[in-house]
Design a protein around this ligand. Structure first.
Ligand code: TH1
Length: 796
């Protein structure tokens, strides 16, 4: 496409799709017109892929996920279709600012964090690899809340991405599926009919997901809840206006909001309803498609692979058995076998507070038939394994992890360490019964978004150096290695990083009114706020460092900017205190004339995918400091390494594999191992001992306790200080001393010529962390799926 063709397409959509005149068009109208012009280019390859899947009778992958944290889509589509020159040219021609138009797009935040973003990266990789696939989830009216700070406190505001028209979706009113809840069960022999008491409709909305060079396009189908019987006219006519709208409001509640809890479980009824709603709609859609092509249900596992992203869609097990056994008359044991061979399950966490358990009473009320089937599945499992030990039902609860394990032919962890711990801890007994079921698929990230699109400077340097094959074959980055000896390459590598830092510094100055020196170490910790991720350990180190600078302000300190980003779950009190402390510390440090040229703290509000794309390319240091054994994988860690930031981190999650690949000398390791953590926890005095041995730590905690950061309310942080001194479950104190040591090593290394080499080795050796590699692993080890044959590039 040429710029002038693009320009004509934009003008056409402006007038005929949006009904706007050039002279009155706002930025929104231009952005929509550009989006529609780009979307037009997606449709043909997308249809082509669908046609080829049907014609070739290809096996399809179905990715069921409560969350898809897709972020903005316009630039992604432009890049994957190689329309940058056309789009930029057209924008210039029209006198519009391209960057500003891209920034106008709301960030679709249909997820909390890593789990949802992983699902989005997987969708993009499946399209790039021409793996016939479909993502299924919920079309939340409100995604993750918007975060604002008020006197340093987090305030949550509703996110309303759908206030504007969503340019990328196609409504599918014909894809409407009835979903029931409650009611009663009528048993006929071993089979049963379920008569729900409450019904609503799931309506599909399709978003095309286009892969690199437009080679292939899959669909993300998100369900919206609609009332079965909309508006009650009789009630309205009686003057009962609120009641008249009730059924509608009730049904729509189901797809109204994303639960804002990341790795914590609330056990709320509405959540269970959401889970069943989208899972049941997806399974019915999958079976409908299968039955339109094949007439033998025994072949389902050969033609469909259904991945459960964590336990949120775990009701898929019993529901699929119900559809096969109750509704289609298949023998129960055979139905369980077919369901199991079709389903697989990814576990993303071992944290006990995140493992879903549903009260039997609640489950029986909402899903009476499913509860009966769960009992039978459970009994069958005990019969088959001859064991009474593990069961999916215990103490009046249904344990969704166990249920998922029993109903899946493969269960995977998301990093080598995490998979190993799954086998040794949470799934120990089940693993002994089914020793080949658990497999590892270390997470990955899509290089299109997380390098090519977000870091054009580094991307250009890479392409100029080794060609552009790396974009869909990321392991080619290793071809950079010979160039790391070359001073002109290193200079350009450093220059790209510096320019990214200057951009970020300008944004801090303009948007946050904080000035930072781009020559400082940009030290970044961005992720959900959680005790196990230990933002408070990072803060204590910051405070200790600040106190040390104050003691000796003229000692030639290495300047640093500590950058934080992240949201706290609205109900997670401790995490919200960490948010507030971060803001309070920032206020004191940034206005300290003695120290502020050496140490600043920046905490931009509302961390999201778009902000990540801005921060990661400018980072020197990546903070991956979770208590070992707690972070299942992490994916931010991979994005930073890929963009040439060095990691300071523990041996946790995928950090272990990052360090193995980039090599120990290019990674700042500190802290206890997962085993040492378990050992040390047995010693109830671990925190007090650690504090007694480290005067810097003691002083930092005392400073927090003293009210130095909250003079108007001196007791504000007693909670945090007490938790650390007495309890400290996540071992902040016990790891602090080694963390401090590693941070000072960072100071020593930064600014030396070797730093750029280390950074470049991180980029060159991170190719393995492409989500293309991860998806190939799922295809081979779990899905038994193959890419579509003979796929050419549409965008060349
Ligand atoms: C995250 C894990 O914490 C993280 O380590 C991992 O990299 C990521 O998943 C992708 O695998 C999880 N997010 C959630 C969210 C919910 C429940 C459990 C997890 S685990 C709602």
């Amino acid at each position: 496409m040429t710029p002038s063709e693009m320009k004509n397409a934009i003008l056409h959509h402006l007038v005929y799709t949006l009904g706007k005149d050039v002279s009155t068009a706002h930025i929104y109208d231009w952005r929509m017109a550009l989006s529609f012009a780009v979307r037009d280019q997606i449709v043909d390859p997308w249809f082509g892929a669908t046609r080829r899947s049907y014609a070739g009778k290809l096996k399809r992958v179905y990715y069921l996920s409560m969350e898809f944290l897709i972020g903005r889509l316009l630039k992604d589509a432009i890049i994957n279709l190689r329309l940058e020159d056309a789009a930029l040219g057209a924008m210039n021609d029209l006198g519009l600012n391209y960057e500003q138009i891209l920034e106008d797009e709301p960030d679709a935040a249909l997820g909390n964090g890593g789990l949802g973003r992983l699902a989005a990266c997987f969708m993009e990789s499946m399209s790039t690899l021409a793996c016939p696939a479909m993502g299924y989830g919920i079309r939340y009216e409100h995604g993750l809340f918007r975060q604002r700070f008020e006197d340093g406190r987090q305030v949550e505001e509703p996110e309303d991405w759908l206030n504007q028209r969503h340019a990328w979706e196609f409504e599918r009113p014909e894809v409407a599926i009835d979903i029931g809840f409650g009611g009663h069960v009528q048993e006929i022999g071993k089979r049963a009919n379920w008569y729900p008491s409450e019904m609503l409709i799931a309506m599909g909305h399709d978003t095309p997901v286009i892969g690199w060079k437009g080679r292939w396009g899959n669909t993300l189908r998100l369900w919206e809840a609609r009332p079965m019987h909309g508006f009650d006219l009789q009630r309205f006519n009686r003057g009962d206006y609120a009641a008249a709208a009730e059924p509608e409001a009730l049904a729509r509640t189901l797809s109204r909001v994303l639960y804002p809890d990341d790795t914590t479980e609330q056990g709320k009824e509405l959540r269970l309803k959401q889970e069943f709603f989208f899972t049941a709609a997806s399974l019915r859609d999958i079976l409908r498609r299968f039955e339109s092509e094949y007439n033998d249900l025994k072949r389902l596992p050969q033609k469909a692979a259904i991945q459960m992203n964590d336990t949120h869609p775990a009701i898929a097990g019993p529901e699929l058995v119900r559809l096969l056994h109750d509704e289609r008359g298949m023998d129960f044991e055979e139905a369980v076998g077919i369901a199991r061979n079709t389903l697989s399950y990814t576990n993303h966490t071992l944290l006990p507070e995140a493992l879903e358990r549903w009260d039997e009473g609640l489950m029986g009320r909402l899903l009476p038939r499913h509860l009966q089937l769960i009992y039978r599945i459970n009994e069958l499992h005990m019969k088959d394994t001859g064991s009474r030990k593990v069961t999916a039902v215990e103490d009046g609860h249904v344990k969704m992890g166990e249920l998922s394990f029993i109903m899946a032919h493969k269960v995977n962890g998301v990093s080598a360490l995490h998979t190993d711990l799954m086998k040794k801890t949470v799934f120990k007994d089940l693993h002994e019964q089914h020793p080949t079921r658990i497999v590892n698929e270390t997470n990955g990230v899509t290089p299109r978004r997380w390098l090519l699109s977000c870091n054009p400077r580094l991307s250009s340097l890479i392409t100029e150096t080794i060609g552009e094959g790396w974009v869909d074959n990321l392991e080619q980055l290793e071809r950079l290695e010979p160039h790391i000896k070359d001073s002109s390459f290193l200079e350009r590598f450093a220059a790209a990083k510096r320019a990214n830092k200057v951009d970020l510094a300008r944004w801090f100055a303009d948007d946050l009114k904080i000035s930072v020196d781009p020559e400082s170490i940009f030290d970044v910790q961005i992720k959900r706020i959680h005790e196990y991720k230990r933002q408070h350990m990072n803060l204590l180190e910051t405070i200790a460092h600040w106190l040390e600078i104050r003691d000796n302000p003229n000692a030639g300190w290495v300047p640093r900017v500590k950058i934080f980003g992240g949201k706290a779950a609205p109900g997670y009190v401790f995490a919200k205190e960490i948010v507030r402390l971060t803001n309070d510390v920032a206020k004191v440090l940034n206005s300290d004339p003695l120290t502020s040229r050496y140490l600043k703290v920046v905490y931009p509000p509302n961390y999201n995918v778009s902000l990540a794309e801005r921060l990661i390319p400018a980072a020197d240091l990546s903070e991956q400091i979770s208590t070992a054994g707690k972070e299942a994988s992490g994916t931010g860690n991979m994005k930073f390494a890929l963009n040439g930031a060095l990691t300071i981190g523990t041996l946790d999650g995928a950090n272990v594999e990052i360090r193995d690949l980039v090599k120990a000398e290019n990674f700042f390791l500190f802290g206890m191992t997962a085993e040492e953590v378990m050992e040390r926890r047995k010693d109830s005095g671990h925190a007090a001992e650690a504090i007694a041995k480290d005067s810097r730590l003691a002083r930092a905690i005392e400073t927090v306790r003293s009210g130095r950061f909250s003079p108007e309310e001196p007791g504000r942080y007693h909670g945090i200080a007490d938790n650390l001194t007495h309890h400290d479950y996540f071992m902040v104190c016990s790891d602090f001393t080694d963390f401090w040591r590693a941070q000072r090593e960072v100071d020593g290394a930064f600014g030396k010529p070797n730093w750029t080499c280390m950074a470049a080795y991180n980029t060159a050796r991170s190719g393995w962390f492409s989500s293309d590699r991860t998806i190939r692993g799922y295809m081979a080890d779990i899905w038994n799926a193959a890419p579509a044959p003979e796929v050419e590039d549409a965008a060349e």
